[in-house]
Design a protein around this ligand. Structure first.
Ligand SMILES: Cc1cc2nc3c(=O)[nH]c(=O)nc-3n(C[C@H](O)[C@H](O)[C@H](O)COP(=O)(O)OP(=O)(O)OC[C@H]3O[C@@H](n4cnc5c(N)ncnc54)[C@H](O)[C@@H]3O)c2cc1C
Ligand SMILES: NC(=O)c1ccc[n+]([C@@H]2O[C@H](COP(=O)([O-])OP(=O)(O)OC[C@H]3O[C@@H](n4cnc5c(N)ncnc54)[C@H](O)[C@@H]3O)[C@@H](O)[C@H]2O)c1
Length: 478
């Protein structure tokens, strides 16, 4: 048995945990990074990267399929086994990259074990070893929810952990859950020739506002059926899984569960950590310090379920690691403008803060069904709302369903983080003909609502490109 003593112990070697350990060590603390597998992060192994690899194959198939509208005749001939092989081959490269950085950790930092709390500042490892730490970072990530209702068909159930291991694509699949995971994978599989039906228990998909959810629903249901407000029941069938829902039933070869990803708290014995837990048993924490109450415990990444996306896991790990090393001198970080992108086609994105009451803000609208570049590309579909507050029309939030939304979302997030108003963004260059040009429509809309003149209408109009008078001209983020 080993009794480890360290300044900072980090539980979980995912994106958040790796960042936390690195930053605690760089701040001069002794560190331990504890993980049962060091599998190379959820993102690289079973999350962001393999899903985007599958989507890339689906995009290639769809480009061929959509050739007809341009006068091109061809049909995709999908070799499912080859598709899955490429997904795994490139995925393994990404994982190898993460593992090689783990291998470069200083000797003795990485400890292979599952950890649980044994008291404030104390961990018990499944190996029987113990850890005493001045501060502890919880970075245990999240896992697919597998509702009890699907236990009778568990041998045919897939999650993001098993899907990418398939040797070949199934003929048909029922997808449970219309969040980002379900939508991205359902559309990719459908475009690769799998017969897909998706079931979403609520009236919206992608966690989007109603208008963008409706717009995305309209685009996706041209490709595969989506049943909203529907929780299907599953039963074994000689040919696979029988799903039954009001008024209907169908048999699928496989079932993909994408019903949410609760934090990995099982077996962590959080009640022994000496921290305050909320009514769901999750640690109460501060988003700007990642500190749990006023304790020496910090929580980062999907484990805190606050902003469960990759770049936030990395940022939160950084904040948690630095503060764990400095504890009790904890500093507050300024968090970035929230940004999420769902890689469906069209993509969906949410940026900043959306208004609870539309009357509280100015809202500019762009209909991508009538946008020049989108029409030229044969992808004219989508709806974008840009919100602004105050009499000056400062951008505060946006929701997009649009072709190229992954890029448009970044432009809007960067503008929001720089504190720009609609009229200031309109002073920036917009190339023609681009999808970004579409945003001008929404921005002008906001200008007309605030009474702020857009460029070319002001008495003191600067010459195009002369930004010296703009309030953000000294913005250090650029
Ligand atoms: C299919 C899919 C696609 C996604 N696509 C995107 C995307 O395109 N863009 C994006 O931004 N985000 C995406 N995400 C989300 C993103 O992957 C996560 O937000 C991110 O990986 C979370 O990192 P993490 O460090 O919190 O968790 P993880 O990387 O999951 O790390 C947690 C670690 O904790 C370890 N652990 C758990 N319990 C214990 C314990 N008791 N003791 C020791 N170790 C423990 C685990 O073994 C694991 O190594 C996707 C997620 C999925 C599932
Ligand atoms: N592109 C990206 O950035 C990306 C991609 C994938 C995942 N992620 C991250 O992973 C997180 C988890 O995504 P997710 O899609 O797994 O979860 P989610 O919680 O976002 O969505 C799950 C959906 O399943 C539905 N649901 C739950 N039980 C159901 C049932 N029995 N029948 C029908 N519907 C049911 C819920 O109503 C919900 O809409 C996301 O919040 C996101 O942050 C990000």
């Amino acid at each position: 048995m080993t009794s480890y003593q360290t300044d900072v112990a980090v539980i979980g070697a995912g994106t958040a945990g790796l960042a936390a350990e690195r930053h605690a060590r760089q701040a001069g603390a002794s560190t331990l990074l504890i993980d049962p597998a060091f599998a190379g992060t959820t993102c690289a192994s079973v999350g962001c990267m393999p899903s985007k690899l599958l989507i890339a194959a689906a995009d290639a198939a769809q480009t061929i399929r959509e050739g007809a509208q341009f006068g091109l005749g061809a049909k995709p001939d999908v070799d499912g086994a080859a598709v899955m092989q490429r997904v795994r081959r490139l995925r393994d490269d990404f994982v190898a990259g993460v593992r090689s950085s783990i291998a470069k950790l200083p000797d003795g930092v990485a400890v292979t074990a599952r950890a649980r709390f044994d008291g404030p500042g104390r961990l018990l490892l499944e190996t029987g070893d113990t850890v005493e730490a001045r501060a502890i970072v919880i970075a245990t990530g999240s896992s697919s929810l597998v509702p009890e209702a699907f236990s009778a068909v568990s041998d045919l159930v897939l999650t993001n952990e098993s899907l990418f291991e398939l040797e070949d694509l199934p003929h048909s699949i029922g997808v449970i859950g219309g969040g980002p995971v379900g939508l991205e994978l359902a559309q990719a599989l459908s475009r690769l020739g799998v017969d897909v039906t998706l079931f979403e228990g609520s009236d919206r998909i992608g966690g989007l506002p109603k208008a963008q959810s409706d717009s995305l629903y309209g685009a996706l249901t041209r490709e595969f059926p989506i049943h909203l407000n529907t929780e299907a029941e599953a039963a074994p069938d000689p040919d696979g899984v029988r799903l039954t829902w009001p008024g209907n039933s169908a048999v699928f070869e496989r079932l993909l569960l994408a019903a949410g990803r609760p934090p990995n708290f099982q077996g962590l014995d959080l009640d022994r950590a000496g921290i305050e837990l909320d009514e769901n048993g999750a640690p109460v924490f501060d988003r700007e310090t990642m500190q749990c109450s006023d304790s020496a415990v910090f929580i980062a990444g999907d484990a805190n379920a606050d902003r469960p996306v990759l770049h936030e896991a990395s940022d939160e790990g950084t904040i948690a690691g630095r503060n764990a090393a400095a504890w009790p001198d904890v500093s507050r970080a300024v968090r970035k403008v929230p940004l999420t992108v769902t890689f469906t086609r069209p993509e969906a994105a949410v940026i900043g803060t959306l208004p609870e009451n539309p009357d509280d803000c100015h809202t500019g609208v762009v209909d991508f069904g009538d946008q020049g570049r989108a029409r030229a590309m044969g992808q004219a579909h989508g709806l974008c709302h840009v919100h602004a507050t105050g009499s000056d029309g400062k951008l505060s939030g946006a929701a997009l369903c649009a072709p190229g939304a992954e890029h448009l979302a970044h432009l809007l997030a960067w503008a929001m983080q720089c504190g720009l108003t609609a009229t200031e963004v309109l002073d920036l260059p917009f190339y023609h003909p681009t999808l970004a040009e579409g945003l001008q429509t929404a921005l002008r809309d906001i200008c007309s609502q605030t009474g702020q003149a857009g460029p070319w209408q002001r008495d003191d109009d600067p010459l195009p490109g002369d930004l010296r008078g703009a309030s953000w001209a000294g913005c250090t983020a650029f």
